[in-house]
Design a protein around this ligand. Structure first.
Ligand code: ADP
Ligand code: MG
Length: 289
């Protein structure tokens, strides 16, 4: 599945993840939690191969085409003119290919996915006109199209109303029942205890990793908070680390490219509108230093 071995990831030589090791359990629902800035998004991006480790490694046995990634909402630009159905269809773009056309069967699957997330009737709506809860449902419908083995979700319920959250949690449980593995960055301890078997507690370093009940203990949570309070973003630079500076540019990822099923260059649409936003591979070396 995914094995993390002594992983260190840095931005401008400041480590955001330091010497993390552990293994994600296949078929489990794993929550990644920790204070703001503790490296949760960095961990997901590292699993996706969007960031280069400055030490250690991430090994993934799942082929890239079977990994789905939902970035944090703040990193997705919804201003791109796109209808709900097209946005959902992009979930299976790698199966369609550049000139493959969209079969009646795929259209039916897209409409079924839209129905599953409770957005029937919204097929032709522009994604920019949706509420954030509705848009999050669209992104989940797109995940349904991807048929992924491993699903990475970065704060999927942020700013969601409780009804949407409950509906999306049901979907996540359904994915688990179908044998998929889900890794989700979350904030709500109670939600994690109620729904996630495994938890990774981060504070740039690893505080605990294992069954949720053993990880979410008061001493562990206290330790994570204490570590976070001690962070100094001007702290000394680690000179042995290579840099991911500017790896994740301040640009938002367009909604069309927000869910990757493979390397950024695999789909023509991503190449046209999203490629320059997608990762450090596009940043000139000088800029990255
Ligand atoms: P979390 O998701 O847990 O809030 P992140 O993984 O986003 O944390 O960030 C971890 C640390 O790395 C933070 O201190 C953050 O400021 C820093 N960081 C994240 N992305 C970048 C970037 N593109 N350039 C520089 N620093 C970054
Ligand atoms: Mg984050």
């Amino acid at each position: 599945m995914v094995t993390i071995d002594n992983l260190t990831v840095s931005y401008r030589q400041h480590p955001a993840l330091h010497h993390i090791s552990g293994q994600f359990v296949a078929g489990a629902l794993t929550a990644v939690i920790g204070p703001n800035g503790s490296g949760k998004s960095t961990l997901l991006k590292s699993i996706m191969g969007l960031l280069k480790p400055s030490g250690g490694s991430v090994r993934t046995t799942t082929p890239r085409s079977r990994i789905a990634y939902l970035p944090q909402a703040t990193e997705i630009d919804r201003s791109f003119p796109l209808q709900v159905r097209d946005c959902v269809l992009l979930g299976c773009w790698s199966a369609v290919g550049a000139f493959g056309g969209i079969s009646r069967e795929l259209l039916a699957r897209a409409d079924a996915a839209i129905k599953t997330v409770g957005l029937e009737g919204f097929e032709a709506r522009a994604v920019g006109s949706l509420s954030s809860g509705q848009f999050q449902r669209v992104l989940f419908a797109r995940l349904l199209m991807q048929d992924a083995e491993l699903i990475l979700l970065d704060e999927p319920f942020n700013a969601m109303d409780s009804r949407t959250t409950a509906a999306l949690l049901d979907l996540i449980h359904q994915w688990q029942a179908e044998g998929r593995t889900v890794i989700a960055v979350l904030h709500d301890d109670a939600q994690v205890r109620a729904h996630f078997d495994q938890t990774v507690l981060l504070a740039r370093e690893l505080v605990a990793w294992g069954p949720t009940a053993q990880v979410l203990t008061e001493p562990n949570l206290q330790r994570a908070r204490a570590l976070a309070e001690a962070w100094d973003d001007e702290a000394e630079i680690c000179h042995s680390d290579e840099s991911n500076a500017a790896a994740e540019s301040s640009h938002k990822t367009p909604a069309v490219a927000a869910l990757q099923t493979g390397p950024a260059h695999t789909t023509p649409i991503q190449r046209n509108v999203g490629a320059t936003h997608l990762g450090e591979r596009h940043v000139p070396q000088e800029q990255a230093k």
